[in-house]
Ligand binder design. Structure first.
Ligand SMILES: *Cc1c(COP(=O)(O)O)cnc(C)c1O
Length: 423
């Protein structure tokens, strides 16, 4: 057979690691061409909320394909987008009255940054400095990388990344240092602070308390600095509530949503903003409009999928399902945490994480990581450690037997770690 011409994301093809071929999926299970049933322990990279091929979402997509596939969205509109925008305004915090569409988490962040700069520019008081939280991740486009942590992932592109003000991560016991640094940074009139609320995902599933999030929001409000919440991972119930911000009673000025927006079925993103930010772009002057678009902005089929997701949220006991999954995971995590090689067992809603010892101290590039991947694949599990951090973030519909297989697979990692100590 001719070798595949595909260049995969975040994949070192030079290592010749196995790339399973998935033919179909249902609920929390993926099926491969060689007849295996794989448990999806990470919701296919944090997107699948209600389960793969959810019947209501698939039906909505099928119905929409018979009506309207794609239409220019600059100066034109369509019913799925209108319904979705109204549905989002109804379910999200009421101050977020405006909905701008794009197609990925990264672009929703780019849009948020451009909205913030446009807001200040249109008010005649331009500001361009963005504050960020240490260890954050906001996507892989140049702007999104600029507001994210610097490391091996973006070293080659560093010359193109813009400078930001970094506030230290509020680790346990050092929260005050974070708040003081933010307070100081806010005095220099930055445009905005962007944060991942309550949990830094790609940064290693790092948790910080709700009161710190609330304090950060309050400091920004006091200084008139815009507060951007990137809920691309945390949104849609991941952390136990519809938005993570809700646990801190925080309403951002700008909100980024993607991943679970369509239940994880097709790509779509929104950036929601307050009336004040929208109004700053409102004028009879064309020079002040919001200059952003991409070809597939508010694609009707994607909007139909998102409308089905909203209907599931409105009509089904999604939060109860999430609470039940969180409770089951809490028990399994507690058992796992008793193992001597496991540290920092932690949980937020449907996300659990643990750390393994990293004798090489090489973080994301730890030699342990590829061996762990192979270990999980051997056991028909889709788990993808962040360096030596292993996390579980399953679809909300996962059955207990599959959840047990994930946690048993992690417990069995001890064989991989023992290997790591050997010369
Ligand atoms: C995944 C993620 C993004 C990027 O989303 P893409 O759809 O992969 O571009 C941005 N922010 C956070 C917090 C994420 O977890």
């Amino acid at each position: 057979m001719i070798p595949s011409p595909i260049w995969h994301p975040f994949t070192q093809h030079g290592l010749d690691e196995a790339i399973p071929l998935v033919t179909h999926a249902e609920g929390a299970a993926l099926f491969t061409d060689d007849g295996r049933r794989i448990v999806d322990g990470i919701s296919s990279w944090w997107v699948t909320t209600h389960g793969h091929c959810h019947p209501r979402i698939m039906a909505a997509i099928a119905a929409q394909t018979a009506k309207l596939d794609q239409i220019i969205f600059a100066g034109w509109t369509h019913e799925p987008a209108e319904t979705l925008a109204r549905g989002l305004v109804a379910i999200m915090p009421s101050a977020l009255s405006r909905v701008f569409f794009s197609d990925s988490g990264s672009t929703s962040v780019e849009v948020a940054l451009k909205m913030a700069l446009g807001y200040w520019s249109n008010r005649g008081a331009p500001r361009d400095r963005i504050l960020v939280l240490q260890n954050s991740y906001h996507g892989d486009t140049i702007g999104a990388m600029s507001v994210g942590a610097r490391g091996v992932f973006n070293q080659a592109y560093a010359p193109l990344l813009f400078d930001v003000g970094t506030v230290p991560f509020p680790s346990a016991g050092a929260e005050q240092r974070t708040l003081e640094a933010l307070e100081r940074a806010c005095r220099d009139a930055p445009a905005a602070l962007i944060v991942e609320p309550l949990i830094l995902g790609a940064g290693g599933m790092l948790l910080y308390p709700a009161w710190v999030l609330a304090e950060m929001r309050a400091i920004c409000a006091r200084h008139g600095v815009l507060f951007i919440a990137d809920e691309v991972m945390t949104g849609w119930g991941r952390t136990g509530t519809l938005l993570a911000c809700a646990q801190a009673d925080v309403v951002p000025d700008i909100l980024c949503l993607s991943k679970g927006l369509t239940g994880g079925a097709v790509p779509l993103a929104v950036t929601m903003a307050t009336e004040e930010i929208y109004a700053a772009h409102l004028s009879d002057d064309r020079a002040r409009m919001f200059y952003h678009s991409s070809s597939y902005t508010a694609n009707p089929i994607a909007c139909a999928a998102a409308n089905a997701n909203l209907a599931i949220w409105r009509e089904e006991p999604v939060l109860e399902r999430i609470a039940d999954l969180a409770a089951r995971q809490q028990q399994k995590l507690a058992k796992l945490a008793e193992l001597p090689f496991i540290t920092n067992a932690r949980q937020l809603g449907t996300i659990t994480a643990i750390d393994l010892p990293d004798p090489s101290r090489s973080g994301y590039l730890s030699q342990l990581a590829p061996r762990l991947l192979a270990h999980f694949l051997d056991r028909d599990l889709l788990l993808r450690p962040l360096g030596t951090t292993i996390y579980v973030m399953p679809p909300y519909c996962i059955q207990d037997a599959d959840l047990d297989r994930l946690y048993d697979g992690i417990a069995e990692c001890v064989s991989v770690i023992d290997g790591d100590h050997r010369p």
